[in-house]
Write a protein that binds this ligand. Sequence first.
Ligand SMILES: [Zn+2]
Length: 409
Amino acid sequence: MSADSRIDPERLWGSLMDMAKIGATPKGGVKRLTLTDLDRQGRDRFVAWCKQAGLAVSVDGVGNIFARRAGRNNALPPVVSGSHLDTQPSGGRFDGCYGVMAALEVARTLNDRGIETEAPFEVAMWTNEEGSRFLPVMGASGAFAGAHTVEEILSARDLDGVSFGDALRAIGYAGTTPVGARKLGAYFEAHIEQGPLLENTGNSVGVVTGALGQRWFEVTVRGMDAHAGPTPMHLRRDALLGTSFMIQEVNRLARVNEHARGTVGMIINRPNSRNVVPGETVFSIDFRDTEVAGLDRMEQGIRAAAQRIAGEQGLEIDIRQTVFFPPCRFDAGCVAAVRAGAGRLGYRHMDIVSGAGHDAVHIASVAPTAMIFVPCEGGISHNEIENAKPEDLAAGCNVLLQAVLAQAG
Ligand SMILES: [Zn+2]
């Protein structure tokens, strides 16, 4: 293996810009929702590129695509790298797509240099990472890792009542390869950071050591609808006012250390009328932290606050957990391979913890895993203006090549 093996930055950028045309939005972003006809077009283009690169393409029962480059010893478990091609409704050009195109660029570079790895190398594309059309989010990598059953994934329905399984068959990507149940030698995922740390510190590569744990709740607050005029302030049971105190508390609980996060992003207010004291609200809480103890502390804090606020305001507050991902620590050997690659190539790099969930978080439960982050402009993602510099994207891809070579031999 040699440190001067480099990827082709222009080819990588060209692939990203070509893929961004499929589902391009007027504001410069991409809308390519999972299992739609645009998703099919993106997959078709990706598969065509894989075949041009001489890779053997297979598709599993939840639509995950694997493109395999043989090694010297094909009995060895493959080293795998990839991400997702689906986007949010107002998504950008790089979230997910970068990880798939970077892995493809690694395969193309190995071809150009005539490098034969000991273990096979595979490019992976995971179905429905975003979860914006079908729940659960990261469902197909989760099925691969055994966190969800195939039945659970295929039976999920979108808002129009269409099932995941029917949508998958309609675009022609219901594959025959069994889901999961095989050993991977290592898994690497390159991704834009989706936060501001790398840009703010002038680093071009993030060595991702793990991901924040997440605990989500759905909270229902019940008071009583009342006329905004005749009802004196002290007789009100205002569900939205109680909710506002809860939101303050979520924010306060998450401000204790640099890794904790607390967000209320969704509220339904009933009856949502200008001259009615709100009788019921439903809202979400998203807590994140590096430690389970931190998640527990925030949960206890919000439950105690709910009891106090309910008593003071004459409300009933019901808190139900909807999502739990334990904090994830990536494999020390894979993380070291990423760090060594960045060091060898002379890129400014730092260790970083992912605040977002990624397919890699599921794969980490069944294979040695690490991620590589590159900066994105202003830390902005899940937005049509999402942007990243070609030189940073190339740097992350070069580090990926080094890490793949280190693990595939
Ligand atoms: Zn992503």
